[in-house]
Design a protein around this ligand. Structure first.
Ligand code: PEP
Ligand code: MG
Length: 588
């Protein structure tokens, strides 16, 4: 009889295959008293295990660099730092010596404290970094026991990997071409393994508690990484349904890939640009694969997140941006200055005080202003990179603009730094395009005036919805109130697009709403001509736009703006989308 489990789908797709279970739970440790005369030997045993682990991490780093590029290798550089952190080793050695206990027990003790410190971090991304610390500690424990350091390269045929956890050190050792999907008990949407799998198009479900136990008793499993469902030993009816959905999805992907070079124009000839949002320069591959018009949003704060607690130097900024712009060929790249603060920051690391409401606090451009030396380094690098390419290739975008005075101050700073750079002999353009993110209602309301002071606008709906509806975008308790279809949100967006048109500047949208097939027709109808989204979403949006006419999109938008509840807007858009899909026999 088939059994099923639910989890969180974090990388889409359907996989059907034989499960292979890999349990990596830390080895259970016992407290063993070490006689005083053997304490030094125990410390030597610990040091040897650390050295073996560092060596092993280096091998992983090289393998990752070879298989996936230098970006992913950075994950292992972070592991190397953890394993060779003198505070960590000294603390463990201190416990061995003071308590006269075995190294395993001492590691466990130190680890416990470290993990609870990570878990207390308000930022989800940084809290997820505890997985990296756990990964390194598990490797040291395995090395202490002389165990093979977690190699899983014996896979001969394609399988679904089921694991309690899949640390990135194990993930890169896998023959990833033989992995149909991952079902994991631990992990989250921003864990490194998820990031890697998503970029490789491997379906993943995380948070599937009990998956290992079920999988051990199963010969076949079906993984539905759209719905977040894992079916163990599916019955023939379920199996044939999953097989047919999988064929359908593969067919859609192949058809979409075929269309990658077709222009994104409506049936009546209105051209729309589809750009990519990227967090890691390595994602440029995906942007090119799906033929993005350019990078519409590079969230540069990920550069900081990967390097923290160190701040990137001007040179590191420069090299990262240069590599990305070069790899994008002649396509424009919009780089957003650090949007840290709110939930995207370890305040402890940045040295800022604790805030009761960080999302309303020192975040985005405000934090940049409060850290002038750190903002100037980024601006210098951006202006230098822009000067290396034809004018307009590199554009600078500023996050969380809430008032026109902020834009004016940014312009002043940019002018001052450009003059400094030119005096020092660097080539700088007279006018690098400067854009404001509209993600705060005050900016949307003032869009007409704002549009006269910037070169382009990008609407960040993720935050615009949060701030206009007073709904924390990461609070599950109010998730059902977070509504892109809210008439208030639509009216704000309409105002921004109209403001941009009146001033003759480009208005783009880079929030998740831009990738939502339900919202695309109304956005086109409101006059939006530039969208930016996760590269994997581009083909579906392109297909949809090619089957839409601007005139019907305008009618959809006109009607939507008359409605006064989110529910009515949603019903209207659903009905129109269903009609479009049926008329054109397309699936999204
Ligand atoms: C947004 O707010 O819509 C946006 C694109 O920025 P982020 O998601 O990084 O806050
Ligand atoms: Mg935002």
């Amino acid at each position: 009889m088939s059994r099923s489990l639910s989890g969180l789908a974090v990388s889409p797709g359907i996989a059907i295959g034989e499960p292979v279970v890999n349990e990596t739970r830390p080895i259970s440790t016992l407290r063993i008293t070490v006689p005083a005369e053997q304490v030094d030997a125990e410390i030597q045993r610990f040091r040897a295990a650390v050295a073996a682990t560092i060596e092993h991490i280096k091998e992983n780093r090289d393998r990752a660099a070879q298989q996936m590029g230098e970006e992913y290798a950075a994950i292992f550089e972070a592991h190397q730092l953890i394993a060779s952190d003198p505070t960590f080793t000294a603390t463990v050695e201190g416990v061995i010596r003071s308590e006269e206990v075995n190294a395993d027990w001492a590691i466990d003790r130190v680890l416990e404290q470290l993990i609870s410190r990570f878990e207390a971090l308000p930022d989800e991304y940084l809290a997820d970094r505890k997985l990296d610390v756990l990964d390194v500690a598990t490797q040291i424990l395995r090395a202490l026991h002389g165990l093979d350091l977690g190699k899983l390269d014996h896979l001969e045929r394609p399988v679904i990997l089921v694991a309690d956890d899949l640390p990135p050190s194990t993930a890169v050792q896998l023959p990833l071409d033989k992995i149909l999907g991952f079902a994991l008990e631990m992990g989250g949407p921003t864990s490194h393994t998820t990031i890697i799998a998503r970029s490789l198009g491997i379906p993943v479900i995380v948070g599937a508690h009990g998956a290992c136990e079920h999988a051990k008793r199963s010969r076949l499993i079906a993984l539905d990484a759209f719905e977040g469902k894992i079916v163990f030993d599916p019955n023939p009816a379920d199996l044939s349904e999953y097989e047919s959905r999988q064929r359908e999805y593969q067919g859609q992907q192949a058809a979409l890939f075929e269309m990658r070079d077709l222009p994104t124009v409506t049936r009546d000839g209105r051209a729309i640009e589809l750009h990519a949002n990227i967090e890691l320069p390595a994602e440029v591959e995906q942007a090119l694969r799906w033929n993005a018009s350019g990078v519409g949003l590079y969230r540069s704060e990920f550069l900081y997140m990967r390097m923290s607690p160190a701040l990137p130097s001007e040179k590191q900024h420069l090299e990262t941006y240069r590599e990305m712009v070069t790899r994008m060929g002649g396509r424009p790249v919009t780089i957003r200055t650090f949007d840290l603060g709110g939930r995207k920051l370890a305040r402890e690391i940045m040295g800022a005080g604790t805030e009761a409401n960080p999302v309303l606090g020192l975040r985005g451009i405000r934090l940049c202003f409060s850290k002038p030396e750190f903002f100037r380094a980024q601006l210098r690098a951006l202006l230098r990179v822009a000067g290396e390419y034809p004018a307009g290739r590199v554009r600078i975008l500023f996050p969380l603009i809430s008032g026109i005075e902020e834009v004016r101050y940014v312009r002043l700073l940019v002018g001052e730094i450009s003059a400094e750079l030119a005096a020092a002999g660097h080539r700088v353009h007279a006018a690098v395009p400067l854009g404001a993110m509209v993600e705060v209602p005050s900016s949307a309301v003032m869009a007409r005036e704002l549009a006269r002071e910037v070169d382009f606008i990008s609407i960040g709906t993720n935050d615009l919805i949060q701030y206009s509806l007073a709904v924390d975008r990461s609070n599950n308790l109010v998730a059902d109130l977070y509504k892109p279809s809210s008439p208030a949100v639509l009216r704000l967006i309409a105002e921004v697009i109209a403001g941009g048109e009146a001033a003759g500047i480009e208005v783009s949208m880079c929030g998740e709403m831009a990738a939502d097939p339900l919202m695309v027709p109304v956005l086109v109808g409101l006059g939006l001509t530039s969208f930016s989204m996760n590269p994997h979403a581009i083909p579906v949006v392109r297909a949809l736009i090619r089957h839409l006419s601007y005139r019907e999109a305008q009618r959809i938008a006109h009607r939507a703006l008359q409605l006064v509840t989110a529910r009515d807007v949603e019903e209207h858009l659903l009905e129109r989308l269903a009609f479009l899909l049926a008329r054109n026999k397309i699936h999204v």
